[in-house]
Ligand binder design. Structure first.
Ligand code: GLN
Length: 485
């Protein structure tokens, strides 16, 4: 059976109907990982024994009729989401052997429902990057073309879903790390509103921007998984109060929805083919009865600068905890605490992480604080204001997810600014704390997927997911050979 082509709803049906057992389903995905992942390298850790034990327990629940939405369904997690007793590396030498003594809130929520955790997905080191090239464990390959990157930082999650190695995976998104790899790998990724999903147990990168969200085969599967992880255990004070599950959001009408197209996202630097494919998607929405509205986000030109200052400043503070004493790597070199600290951080962190720590520390140092960090926070307010002006005129915004389709492994690595510029379409959404979903909207001349992003008002995931679902229903998805085999 092609279980890897099935939606969550179909898997639920098959399990509840006893057409397949949770163990068989888990074996199906573990076997695929064993067969296909040597090509793709999307997993850092595969939890075969634990997964089979969880599947057995889930099957007992199903047999008793004690069934939650995720009971017996396998999923994977990005390797910056803590899993008790299962190493959580952030794809860094610093945490290569780190065994968290606790589960992240989202991990606990999935386990409570009886989900099966297949393993941990590769990523850019500490979620810094857009290619998985910065991973200590080596780059993940794009299932559509293994000479290309899968995107990042949640590249392992997106590649695993795209190759059919798991039905879905949770990623994290600080400046695009769910949406961009989803776009590169031809799958759907949702970055929820800031404050919708608890980040307790997510290894912090930039705390005012980080958000956990699903990467799956469709908007419907993203909604299914989002509901499964919407849980408040009181451990994340930034979580919104009284969150309700999305419930049935797909029956509503999309006619009359006002879709804003911000001119700046279709300007210079965006591949003409990408522009054309996304504009065609806008026309399709028009045919479905939506209204297209011209809007503008003039501060987009400052977005990369503002994002990299804010994110690096926060990262430099968050990563101060890796001192070789509390946990993680500790250098054998040095006699004093300070020497050991210096060697530990030198050996434990890769180049990109060091670059961000240096940039962030510099931007926060006295004398430069006003010139850089403060300016970036003023820009943040300006970007938020521009979004709220846009949302006075429309219900959602449509943009390309990336300026171009997946690039080659090795491209953009010599000059980090080239890599940073590729985040231009995604970072403002994090700066403003909004929800956005990326879904494939076409394929370029090389057959690579192109993604579009629908950005919603805060906490209105329902509207963007519904719109993405309608588009997915009306367009053909071209699956890669791994998924088909
Ligand atoms: N590519 C961006 C960066 O390198 C976004 C990363 C992320 O969202 N975690 O910072």
């Amino acid at each position: 059976m092609n279980f890897h082509l099935k939606s969550f709803q179909e898997l639920r049906y098959l399990l509840d109907n006893h057409d397949v057992t949770a163990e068989e389903l888990t074996e199906h995905f573990l076997d695929r990982i064993e067969r296909i992942d040597p090509d793709i390298r999307s997993f850092v850790t595969v939890c075969r024994a634990d997964a089979l034990a969880q599947a057995k327990a889930a099957q007992e629940r199903i047999d008793k009729g004690d069934i939650a939405p995720m009971t017996g369904i396998p999923v994977a997690l990005k390797d910056n989401i803590c899993t008790r007793g299962v190493r959580t590396t952030c794809s860094s030498k610093m945490l290569e052997n780190f065994l968290p003594p606790y589960d992240a809130t989202v991990t606990a929520a999935l386990k409570r429902q009886g989900a099966v955790l297949l393993g941990k997905n590769n990523m850019d080191e500490f979620a810094m990057g857009a290619s998985t090239v910065t991973s200590y464990f080596g780059v993940t390959k794009n299932p559509y073309d293994i000479t290309r990157v899968p995107g990042g930082s949640s590249g392992g999650s997106a590649a695993a879903v795209s190759a059919g190695l798991c039905p879905a995976s949770l990623g994290s998104d600080t400046g695009g790390s769910i949406r961009q790899p989803a776009a590169f790998c031809g799958v759907t990724g949702l970055k929820p509103t800031y404050g919708r999903v608890s980040r307790y147990g997510l290894v912090a990168f930039a705390s005012s921007l980080d958000q956990i969200g699903p990467i799956a085969k469709s908007a419907r599967d993203c909604a299914y998984l989002l509901d499964a992880i919407t849980y408040d255990d009181g451990m994340d004070m930034t979580l919104a109060k009284d969150l309700k599950p999305l419930g049935d959001i797909f029956s509503g009408d999309i006619k009359g929805t006002r879709i804003g197209l911000p001119a700046e996202f279709f300007g210079e630097g965006v591949d003409p083919e990408v522009k054309e494919i996304v504009m065609k998607a806008a026309l399709k929405y028009k045919e479905m009865g939506c209204e297209i509205v011209d809007v503008t986000l003039p501060s987009l030109k400052y977005a990369i600068a503002a994002y990299y200052l804010i994110a690096s400043a926060e990262a430099s503070s968050n990563l101060a905890r890796y001192d070789g004493v509390k946990y993680g790597h500790r250098s054998e070199r040095g006699d004093t605490f300070e020497e050991v600290l210096i060697h530990t951080r030198d050996e434990g962190f890769g180049d990109e992480v060091k670059r961000r720590i240096l940039l962030g520390t510099y931007a926060l140092s006295s004398g430069y604080f006003d010139a850089y960090y403060k300016k970036a926070t003023l820009l943040r307010e300006k970007i938020k204001k521009e979004y709220s002006d846009i949302f006075a005129k429309c219900d959602v915004i449509l943009t390309p997810t990336t300026p171009a389709a997946a690039f080659k492994i090795g491209e953009k690595t010599d000059d980090p600014t080239q890599m940073y510029l590729a985040d231009v379409c995604t970072v403002t959404v994090n700066i403003a704390g909004l929800p956005a979903v990326s879904t494939p909207c076409g394929y370029d001349k090389d057959g690579l997927p192109v993604g579009m992003s629908l950005v919603g008002k805060a906490f209105d995931e329902a509207t963007i997911l519904r719109l993405a679902d309608r588009f997915e229903k009306r367009s053909e998805r071209i699956l890669n050979d791994y998924m088909l085999n």
